[in-house]
Design a protein around this ligand. Structure first.
Ligand SMILES: Cc1cc2nc3c(=O)[nH]c(=O)nc-3n(C[C@H](O)[C@H](O)[C@H](O)COP(=O)(O)OP(=O)(O)OC[C@H]3O[C@@H](n4cnc5c(N)ncnc54)[C@H](O)[C@@H]3O)c2cc1C
Length: 577
């Protein structure tokens, strides 16, 4: 046991404060990355508090082939939402990277460049664009190019796009599917939609169909390379200046007011199992909130940072009246289609093939659908869940511009070998819209930190999002019909009415746990929560660093991007202390 650990273990019980340089709340993707980078300086002390357990030796975490077995267990926050859905999130060391699908892809250059337009003019050169983030994405990555067997199965890559010596291991699995189905899917969708087949999506353009790599470690039997496996495991025996405290939930923070700015004086935390034991700690330098897109806004609200009307209703004193905290939730919405088949998979999952079509490739020549424009009614209808109507209109304009003029992929079609499971030679397509216009929110309903916040996902709050999902179903069905060896019922192209599909979509659709936007980086006048330094506006020493700060969805799952964002954040923090 290190000196620091003894210190922590004993002082809080005696009701005294534990004092460190940095406190990081949440040991997920962002939290472990930031803590690891800060603790590289042996002269500072770092406390990382994680609500879940350390499950690194649990097969349902390290074995990527056991994907989904953690769902519904203690390792899953499983937030219930409106519309009767459930959002998954890792409640374990490594956070959602310990239970996620591990697909590693980046978005389009223009989507990252658009972030700069949302910041204060003075922050335009702060590096929140593709050029500024790419190097950090590569810093976090140790990519291993496909070997000859993987290449024979269709795996490809472009060496220049990748980092080679970062902590997060990225590669293709040895047991990857080698049957005809994945290459056939690629050929079919190219022929059907005109989408390009590209070798690697991690350059600056993601509008293509391809095989994608995973965050797994070939040096370790293709086990999951979660954020804690990447950033903590290799150094934990040496970094005695870094304490990781699992099974403790941060309840709230206390604040001092100085010159009209707030300073966090400390945090209060408690065993995650509940009870009345309370601990306290203070950060001499900074506190970093990295509790993920749902829990971070909830924690801020518990600490009196949020919409004063919500805080007043719960008798929480308002430290900072910030309407943006808990708003602007954007989530990608998924449906799955399955069919029979008669091919030999030639390997094991997870599947490797993804198509990222743009609006033209999804809607074809349907001119009505192509007339997506920033409809003021959309912003008005979503403004209760957004920062403000004006801010939303601005973001919509950027998003619509990327969709209409920038060929930003609007949907992900994930080729799912073996779905549904009961069909031994089946195949499926999981499809989800990538760039929703609908907005939801997160709000605490009680001052009890052990109660999960209310999550309002508001799927399809903007009707166009549903149109995208319906058109994607149609594209998927057509693709399915043209993949050799599959048994999609012969419908002669008559796949049912749009209304039928809308009903079907609304019933089984699930969220993808790719949430962002809820403590977004945005200019203050647009009700942003953090500035370009990721500091909460009008606070001296608290930053939010996790998925909640991303202002808009990108056309990709988020983790590759988030590793880059978090590496950049760590540099910002180190430079300012
Ligand atoms: C089922 C699933 C599949 C996914 N698949 C993919 C994929 O294939 N590719 C991809 O790129 N992305 C995927 N993602 C998304 C990706 O994993 C997340 O976007 C990413 O991990 C978010 O990072 P984060 O640091 O914001 O949050 P997290 O990684 O979720 O970390 C937050 C941490 O904070 C802890 N915490 C919360 N509240 C408190 C508190 N009060 N006190 C202490 N600790 C607290 C949590 O327990 C958690 O460990 C998936 C996510 C899920 C859930």
């Amino acid at each position: 046991m290190s000196d620091l650990e003894r210190f922590i273990k004993h002082r809080p019980d005696s009701g005294q404060w534990t004092i460190l340089d940095y406190i990081v709340v949440g040991g997920g993707l962002a939290g472990t990355t930031v803590a690891a980078r800060l603790a590289e300086n042996y002269e500072v002390t770092v406390l990382l508090v994680e609500a879940g357990s350390d499950n690194r030796t649990d097969k349902i975490v390290y074995d990527i082939y056991a994907y989904s077995q953690a769902f519904g267990t203690d390792l899953d926050w499983a937030w219930p939402t409106d519309q009767g859905k459930t959002i998954r999130g890792g409640k374990t060391l490594g956070g959602s990277t310990s239970i996620n699908g591990a697909h590693y892809t980046r978005g389009m250059q223009a989507q990252y460049d658009a972030w700069t337009t949302l910041l204060e003019i003075s922050a335009a050169d702060a590096g929140w664009d593709w050029e500024g983030i790419l190097g950090y994405m590569q810093k976090s990555e140790a990519f291993s190019a496909p070997n000859s067997q993987q290449a024979a199965k269709g795996a490809e890559s472009v060496a220049d796009y990748h980092g080679l010596s970062g902590p997060v291991q990225v590669t293709y699995p040895d047991a990857m599917y080698g049957g005809p189905e994945q290459p056939d899917f690629i050929n079919s969708i190219v022929n059907l939609t005109g989408i390009e087949h590209c070798p690697d999506v991690n350059g600056s353009g993601s509008n293509c169909v391809l095989m994608t790599p995973l965050t797994i470690d070939w040096h370790d039997s293709d086990h999951r390379s979660s954020s804690c496996q990447a950033y903590l495991t290799p150094v934990e025996s040496q970094r005695t200046n870094w304490l990781t405290l699992t099974e403790h939930l941060v309840r709230n923070s206390n604040y001092l007011v100085e010159h009209r700015k707030r300073t966090a004086s400390g945090i209060e935390f408690a065993p995650s199992s509940g009870g009345s034991t309370r601990y306290a700690a203070t950060a001499l330098k900074e506190k970093i909130v990295a509790a993920g897109a749902i829990q971070s806004p909830a924690l801020l609200q518990l600490s009196g940072i949020g919409d004063s009307s919500l805080l007043n209703s719960l008798d929480i004193g308002t430290n900072l009246d910030m309407k943006g905290v808990g708003r602007n939730l954007q989530e990608q919405t998924m449906n799955s289609l399955g069919a029979g088949g008669n091919f030999d998979y030639g390997g094991e999952g997870p599947s490797d093939c993804i198509a990222y079509p743009n609006i033209h490739q999804v809607f074809g020549c349907n001119k009505i659908a192509l007339q997506v424009a920033v409809d003021h009614n959309w912003a008005a209808s979503q403004s209760a869940s957004a920062d403000s109507q004006a801010a939303l209109e601005k973001i919509y304009e950027v998003q619509a511009g990327l969709i209409l003029n920038g060929n930003a992929p609007i949907v992900e079609l994930f080729y799912d070998t073996g779905y549904p499971e009961c069909q031994l030679t089946g195949f499926g397509i999981d499809l989800w819209q990538l760039l929703p216009f609908s907005r939801g929110n997160v709000s605490i309903t009680t001052t009890d930190p052990f109660t999960r916040p209310a999550v309002n996902v508001n799927y399809f709050g903007v009707g166009w999002d549903l149109d995208v999902q319906v058109a994607s179903v149609s594209t998927s069905l057509s693709t399915g019909e043209t993949v050799p060896g599959t048994r999609v019922p012969n419908t002669n192209g008559n796949f049912g009415s749009d209304q039928d599909w809308k009903s079907w979509i609304l019933d089984p659709s699930v969220g993808l746990s790719a949430i962002c936007g809820i403590c977004e980086i945005h200019e203050l006048s647009s009700k942003g929560v953090v500035d370009a330094q990721l500091k909460i506006y009008n606070m001296t020493n608290v930053r939010v660093v996790d998925a909640s700060i991303l202002p808009m969805q990108i056309s990709a799952p988020p983790s590759a991007t988030l590793y880059g964002v978090t590496e950049k954040a760590a540099d910002i923090i180190r430079a300012s202390n």
